[in-house]
Design a protein around this ligand. Structure first.
Ligand code: NAD
Length: 473
């Protein structure tokens, strides 16, 4: 049965949008339609699929202003929304450039038994489900969708119910490109719909929280389908004694609070060599105080509202827990209620690892800073987490940074920079610990993970064998 869902505007706090949640029969129809079209799509030459993606890129461009306006309403931020919509063109360019080479079928070559020649084919799964969160609604709905499509799959996207407005103008762009319309659909709905999508597809890619990721992985295991999970993080930054402290303080503070900290790879724990601790804290507070919220003018100020109302209270709960255990809030720290909810960049000192803010994902504009005595101590603190998404090391030399990076249990480490995985996509990175499961969404596996390998082996001497021309026949 269909159900009407009201949606809150993160900037005004008003319920000013609603959508109708699809029931099982609608989902089944969508699944059947996409599955029906997928074999013809997979039968196209990869160059033809690339041409269709380029055509779809032009359709997205035509609707870009409407998509951006809807995304601004969904997220309460303008610059990031424009970046998300503009970024789709870059995703398409990368996909059509890299995928044909990565997915090219192998040339037959002799096996150890020389009369057998073999090669691997890559076959798409069929229908891929892509479930995405609210923090970067468009990027995280399409980052994996283009690779899945070019690999020959049909895709059904299930975006977050918190940020559904952008899907309407985006569907208009899909409708303008009939070849894409046949193999791509977006179903807006709550977790119930996400669970139904997981149950109806042949492979699932999920970006979201650990708790939901676990449910998706359990459902996928029941159905024997692969689940690629991109989950949360508690990324550490290590500032070694040899680092450029001013540069490190500026880069780390910005990485921790940009997008209001609502980014999986934002730095959430900062460890600084004891001798630079006080200076670092002073610099971090200065940078934090220079970054304004985007209220009352949405076009000015880099700190947007909390997109998901409950997130603001979760961040506040972590801060209250930290303060009750001895931490000090040097700036920010209060929820500002202007209809939407904001928090100014918040610097926290006196933190320890028995505080929630150093253990659980915060997903808010918070920079907790802690001193370390030596590099062993820093590495021990960095690895004291159940997560392992990414990390950053600031060092006086690349070699020193790389040596420390090798000791950190995380899938990606930026040296003398932060969150480079958000921009650099050619190097594969796995998610360690509770940060995820499955193959990397970057590098060659961004494409190969949406295919199964089929080996085709030929007995090249079979005719001679039948004719009894080979010895021992
Ligand atoms: P969430 O887990 O609450 O929701 C994510 C999606 O799952 C939504 O579309 C939701 O409707 C759907 N869902 C809910 N229940 C479901 C179920 N039973 N089956 C299938 N789908 C279901 O996450 P969120 O709060 O929207 O997003 C924030 C989280 O996402 C943070 O933990 C963040 O770290 C993580 N994240 C990770 C990455 C990454 O690349 N690793 C990137 C961005 C965000």
């Amino acid at each position: 049965m269909s159900q009407e869902v009201a949606v809150r505007n993160p900037y005004t706090g008003e319920l000013d949008f609603s959508f109708t949640e699809p029931g099982p029969a609608t989902l089944q129809r969508i699944g059947e339609r996409l599955r029906g079209a997928q074999p013809d799509w997979a039968a196209l030459d990869i160059g033809e699929r690339a041409a269709v993606l380029n055509k779809f890129g032009a359709c997205l461009q035509k609707h870009a202003a409407d998509i951006t306006a809807a995304l601004v309403a969904d997220t309460g931020r303008t610059q990031v929304a424009a970046m998300e919509v503009g970024g789709l063109q870059g995703f398409i360019r990368r996909t059509v450039q890299d995928a044909p080479q990565v997915l090219a079928p192998g040339m037959p070559r002799p096996a150890q038994v020389p009369l057998i020649h073999g090669a691997a084919n890559r076959k798409p799964y069929g229908l891929v489900g892509n479930i995405s969160p609210w923090n970067f609604p468009i990027i995280l709905s399409f980052l994996d969708t283009f690779p899945a499509l070019i690999a020959g799959n049909a895709v059904v996207i299930k975006p977050s119910e918190v940020t559904p407005r952008w899907t309407e103008p985006l569907k208009a762009a899909i409708a303008d490109c009939p070849e894409i319309d046949a193999v791509l659909d977006i179903v807006v709905g709550t977790g119930k719909v996400g669970a139904m999508v997981t149950d109806m597809v042949d492979a699932i890619v999920f970006t979201g929280s650990v708790a939901t990721g676990r449910m998706v992985a359990e459902a996928a295991a029941r159905n024997f389908i692969p689940a690629n999970l991109e989950l949360g993080g508690k990324d550490p930054a290590l500032v070694l004694a040899s680092a450029d402290i001013e540069y490190a303080a500026r880069t780390i503070t910005f990485s921790s609070v940009q997008s209001t900290g609502q980014a999986c790879q934002s730095l959430e724990r900062v460890y600084v060599a004891q001798e630079h601790y006080e200076r670092f804290v002073e610099l971090a507070v200065g940078h934090a105080e220079s970054l304004a919220i985007n209220y009352p003018d949405i076009n000015h100020g880099v700190i947007g509202p909390f997109i998901f109302e409950q997130q603001a209270y979760k961040v506040k709960e972590q801060l209250d827990d930290a303060v009750s255990k001895g931490a000090k809030v040097l700036c920010g720290g209060e929820i500002l209620d202007h209809g939407g909810l904001w928090m100014r960049p918040t610097v926290l000192t006196g933190v320890t690892h028995d505080m929630l803010v150093m253990q659980e994902e915060t997903f808010g504009p918070v920079v907790p800073i802690m001193p370390f005595t030596d590099v062993d101590h820093a590495v021990e603190l960095a690895n004291d987490t159940q997560y392992g998404l990414s990390a950053a090391v600031f060092a006086g030399s690349d070699d020193e940074g790389r040596a420390v990076a090798a000791r950190i249990n995380a899938g990606a480490v930026s040296i003398n920079d932060a969150a480079l995985t958000a921009m650099i996509h050619e190097f594969e990175h796995d998610s360690f610990g509770y940060s995820g499961m499955g193959r990397s969404r970057a590098g060659a596996s961004a494409y190969t993970r949406f295919t199964r390998e089929q080996s085709v082996m030929t007995n090249v001497e079979s005719k001679a064998l039948l004719a009894g021309e080979l010895g021992g026949g």
